[in-house]
Design a protein. Structure first.
Length: 172
């Protein structure tokens, strides 16, 4: 049987593949709040494996900083939470929320795509996904495309999305 040797250029890609596979494989059980309620990240802090729990605590610290108006600190904390667990959909969601409402809406929509891919089967985050997408589309000058998403968010979580915005305290 022939043996294949990796070149120096191939090794980093193979290592990255195995790290990504390990991260996805080691995720804890799905994190879900009580049925029918939109996700509140503080309710998920104790769920999942050790990396997910650590990442969630950092996201909550970021939301606290965001509430105090310390956007740069919050952004740094969200990024750190993704270093701990790059598959944490709620870290991507918090980062998307911050960018859409306080930073770069285009970048926020890109982060939202990552959150949405990781939350595909989680209906409890649907209001936030729709609302942040609608707000992002509105911010980039596409109000016609934004309205159906904002309407969906208001229908799913009227108390949180009545004003068309999700602040850090509401996500926390």
């Amino acid at each position: 049987m022939a043996r294949t040797t990796l070149t120096g250029r191939q090794r980093p890609f193979v290592a990255l593949f195995f790290l990504a596979f390990a991260a996805v494989s080691c995720r804890g059980p799905a994190l879900r709040p009580p049925s029918g309620e939109p996700v509140r990240l503080s309710r998920l802090a104790g769920s999942g494996d050790a990396a997910r729990r650590a990442s969630q605590r950092i996201v909550l610290s970021g939301l606290d900083a965001d509430q105090r108006g310390r956007s740069a600190e919050a952004s740094s904390l969200y990024e750190r939470s993704l270093q701990v667990d790059p598959t944490n959909p709620y870290a991507w969601l918090a980062l998307a929320r911050q960018e859409v409402f306080e930073g770069d809406p285009d970048r926020g929509l890109a982060h939202l795509d990552k959150a949405e891919a990781l939350l595909a089967a989680d209906d409890t985050a649907a209001a936030h996904l729709a609302g942040i997408r609608g707000a992002g589309l509105r911010a980039v000058g596409q109000p016609g495309m934004a309205e159906p998403f904002l309407r969906e968010a208001r229908e799913r979580a009227p108390a949180l999305w009545a004003d068309g915005k999700l602040d850090a305290a509401e996500l926390r």
